[in-house]
Ligand binder design. Structure first.
Ligand code: C5P
Length: 263
């Protein structure tokens, strides 16, 4: 803090580049798909470079609530990606517990229906209020990106995938969800279908020129933002890098804007 001559203190002014980097840090969510020990090691390694981490089924089922508490203790925002899908009463109670752990984002499957999404919202709000915490943002998964038109047809859904995803996204947001998780290819559709301010969180992000892994529909960080993503989920390009901190910093700087690629 610097003195401004009045006895008050003011924060040092950030350069435009630093401000842009700071905004980018708020958007990147590092997926910790690994052991509990490695997750905490990565959290320490990434340090100030990362504000958000994602805990999915693999890590949560192995380590449970303590790993969430440890990540929170390190000052990180936690996206708890457990994709709840059950009867409304069960989802309400599960959401209440997860919210009381201090999660900052939670996921449900929109396919659980309007009453289930509304129940998740209620549970989240109750859990946070009982624990004296800010309520997590509720995100809905629409059509899993692993399902194509044929697979959807075999589930008895004959409308185009995009129409089905839009229907589920609207249903979720009409019932208390704050946004959706979707591929960068669907981000423009979601942006157009959802209210201003809805979150559009996209995995499948790869810095230009990096390995795709098992992702086939990918965007660069800049491309995903240009497509309408509010947050980017990046896993292996950061967690498997020889220098995860350096890789995170490079991701914040983005790739070629507009570069959404199919393989
Ligand atoms: O390592 P990678 O960057 O591919 O990790 C992406 C993360 O986003 C993983 O945790 C993965 O499970 C998740 N995810 C995804 N595609 C979806 C939904 C979630 O890759 N459609």
């Amino acid at each position: 803090m610097l003195g401004d001559g009045t006895g008050a203190t003011v924060a040092p002014r950030k350069t435009p580049d630093e401000s842009a980097l700071e905004r980018a840090r708020e958007r990147v969510i590092v997926a910790l798909d690994c052991s509990g020990e490695r997750a905490l090691e990565l959290a320490d390694l990434l340090g100030e470079e990362v504000r958000w981490v994602k805990v999915g089924m693999e890590l949560f089922y192995a380590e449970g609530a303590p790993v969430v508490r440890e990540l929170k203790r390190r000052g990180l925002n936690v996206f708890l990606d457990l994709k709840l899908h059950d009867i409304p009463n069960t989802v309400r109670n599960a959401a209440r517990v997860l919210s009381s752990l201090g999660a900052d984002m939670l996921t449900v499957h929109a396919g659980g229906g309007d009453a289930m999404v509304a129940a998740a919202r209620e549970g989240i709000d109750q859990g946070a209020s009982q624990a004296g915490l800010r309520a997590p943002r509720l995100l809905a998964v629409t059509v899993l990106t692993s399902l194509d038109q044929d697979a959807l047809g075999r589930l008895g859904v004959d409308r185009p995938v995009a129409d089905h995803a839009r229907l589920l996204a609207r249903l979720a947001c009409d019932n208390g969800a704050d946004g959706v998780v979707c591929s960068p290819m669907e981000a423009p559709l979601m942006r157009a279908a959802l209210p201003e301010g809805a979150l559009v969180v996209t995995p499948g992000v790869r810095p230009a020129g990096s390995a795709l892994g098992d992702q086939s529909r990918v965007a660069t960080p800049g491309g995903a933002i240009a497509a309408g993503s509010t947050h980017l989920v990046v896993g292996r390009p950061i967690t498997k890098a020889a220098d995860p901190r350096g890789a995170a910093r490079r991701d914040h700087r983005g790739g070629r804007p507009g570069a959404v690629t199919r393989s």
